[in-house]
Design a protein around this ligand. Structure first.
Ligand code: MG
Length: 276
């Protein structure tokens, strides 16, 4: 099942009044079936039954994909990310593999959807792409064991952990380098039945492959990462986890188009533009 968030092109505004909540600006939830978007009247992860099956509540008639603009398919309270979760990527930046999952946060204000522009900050001289598989949490999760962790997963999507590498190094803390507005492209949908085992993750810049690896090479598995995070932080329904980027990260410049692909999940493209 594929879940999207969208605005209709005709009105560019949400379908439901409750969506005007400024903490979740614009957009409606929808179920994507055969290129048709069926609006849903609330966030889908509230409808996951104890059996793990989603019971979507549909409302009015469907739109074609031509009639909508897709937004980031998530409204997380936080975005937790794993650093250095592929050995070759840790090595390429001169870092050791961390002895336990290395977690940092990106602010929800950094989120953008498919096709939206990533703004290259005037104060950075090195902005990198980082293609990643991302996990969406289905229900409140605290102190969960590895064995049960996957029962808290709502589905999977694609992310680009855009990073101002120079500021990340300069600050020591990663918040600024990772946290600029537009530095978290996510989408185009959440797939609730995707199997993340041994999937190719690829990042292209202007059509040229820059990163290509498989999720089988993650150092810390998705259950391990969820268990680790939930030991210190309550994960809420809709929270997003970026699982780390493989080797091949590198700089982009204004005008470039970054495309992240995860086999079986789809592709996410965003153009880089200079800060005005
Ligand atoms: Mg990353």
């Amino acid at each position: 099942m594929r879940i999207v968030r969208f605005v209709t092109l005709r009105y560019e505004e949400p379908l439901f009044d409750w969506e005007r909540d400024p903490s979740h600006p614009r957009g409606s939830w929808g179920l994507l079936v055969d290129n048709l978007v069926y609006p849903m009247d609330r966030a889908p992860y509230f409808d996951v039954g104890s059996d793990g099956v989603i019971k979507p509540i549909l409302s009015i008639g469907a739109y074609t994909l031509d009639e909508v603009r897709l937004l980031a398919p998530v409204t997380p309270s936080k975005i937790a990310c794993v650093g250095r979760n592929y050995a070759e990527h840790a090595a390429e930046l001169g870092n050791d593999v961390p002895p336990e999952p290395l977690i940092f946060l990106k602010p929800p204000s950094s989120l953008i959807g498919p096709g939206e522009e990533v703004v290259y900050p005037a104060i950075s001289e090195r902005v990198d792409h980082e293609g990643e598989l991302a996990v969406v949490i289905s229900r409140r999760c605290r102190n969960v064991g590895e064995k049960d962790a996957l029962s808290y997963v709502f589905g999977y999507t694609i992310a680009n952990d855009v990073t101002a590498r120079d500021l990340q190094k300069k600050d020591g803390q990663w918040t600024r380098g990772k946290g600029f507005d537009t530095f978290a492209p996510v989408g185009p949908w959440i797939d609730t039945t995707f199997d993340p085992a041994d999937r190719i993750v690829r990042c292209l810049v202007n059509g040229e492959v820059r990163q290509q690896s498989t999720t089988a090479l993650m150092i810390y598995s998705i259950p391990r990462v969820i268990a680790h995070i939930s030991r210190f932080m309550t994960l809420e329904a809709g929270d997003l986890i970026m699982t780390g980027t493989p080797s091949g990260v590198g700089p982009v410049k204004p005008g470039d188009i970054m495309t992240v692909e995860v086999d079986g999940l789809g592709s996410l493209s965003n153009r880089v533009v200079a800060e005005r």
